[in-house]
Design a protein around this ligand. Structure first.
Ligand code: NAP
Length: 267
């Protein structure tokens, strides 16, 4: 137990293997919009609760605090999967920006570096080539994108022969899109969902019924639903009890009928 809730053993959290063989824990800790002392405290709390996957971005302006929390936690760097993101407006300055992120985070490599948004609304093959080159130098174990359309991803693949390892996109039951999921998987792209809870009606009777059947909360049902679909999920919380509960997803599972009911919530 942590001070404020259950502790999940890090090895209970399944990992998905990214192209190139890099394991990525299926549940990570989202850090936007955490700042200053609160960011440091929340990340420390998350590491204590058992998270070994932290999601940040240059745009969140909290990489220094996350670096402090990682150092203060005593958790060895190789045990944590660390993602940060290149701001769209920093395309063209990839090398300097990555060096600054590494300095702030207090590490010599990332696990995943993402292009946060398509630069100027375009796929930006030049930025993608830079990310691939920096990965090949060992500065990040994997590279990917965020908020990219399928067409933009296809443009990157056509130009370089390499698909992004991950597309981090807005995902929740109301946004469930089986066709998009299938198309990304066919291209070898792992889907990472952001904002899983924010726009979800946690009072919806379907979520309430399923939660009651398993003795968990509707939020845990939504997060577990991502895992059942093999979608990586990165809930944010600043509340220690919710931080712990959002990772405590491995003492129950959803059957196919329950998954299908949640899939149907957006229709
Ligand atoms: N790539 C992108 O463009 C992009 C965009 C947005 C977000 N992200 C990433 O995705 C992460 C998560 O997304 P998000 O922060 O937008 O949304 P979220 O994780 O879906 O929701 C966070 C909100 O839900 C509350 N919450 C957390 N756990 C809860 C629970 N168990 N029950 C009820 N409420 C709960 C939080 O409040 P408390 O803090 O009070 O618990 C907070 O208000 C971000 O932190 C960021 O790392 C990426």
């Amino acid at each position: 137990m942590t001070q404020n809730g259950p502790m999940t053993a890090p090895d209970e959290v399944p990992a998905i293997t990214l192209a190139g063989g890099v394991p990525m824990p299926m549940v990570g800790f989202g850090t936007w919009p955490l700042h200053a002392h609160q960011a440091c405290e929340a990340v420390l709390q998350a590491l204590r609760a058992g998270y070994r996957h932290i999601d940040t971005a240059t745009m969140y302006a909290n990489e220094d605090e996350i670096g402090h929390a990682l150092r203060d936690s005593g958790v060895p760097r190789p045990e944590v999967f660390l993602t940060t993101k290149l701001r769209a407006r920093d395309a063209g300055r990839e090398r300097q920006v990555l060096a600054a992120s590494l300095r702030s985070l207090g590490t010599d490599h990332l696990d995943l570096w993402l292009i946060h948004w398509p630069p100027r609304g375009r796929a930006s093959v030049s930025a993608w080539r830079e990310l691939l080159a920096l990965r090949d130098e060992g500065l990040t174990r994997a590279v990917g994108v965020s908020n990219y359309s399928l067409r933009q991803i296809d443009e990157l693949i056509e130009a370089t022969g390499e698909a992004p390892a991950v597309n981090q996109i807005h995902w929740d039951p109301s946004r469930y899109d089986a066709g998009l999921l299938r198309a990304l998987r066919q291209r070898g792209v792992v889907v990472e969902g952001y904002s899983p809870l924010k726009d979800t009606d946690l009072k919806h009777p379907v979520l309430g019924e399923i939660a009651a059947a398993h003795g968990v909360t509707p939020a845990q049902v939504v997060l577990r639903w991502h895992v059942e679909h093999e979608i990586v999920v990165i809930p944010k919380s600043a509340n220690p009890a919710r931080i712990a509960a959002n990772l405590d997803l491995f003492g129950f599972s959803l059957d196919p009928a329950e998954v299908a009911r949640i899939d149907g919530l957006g229709r």
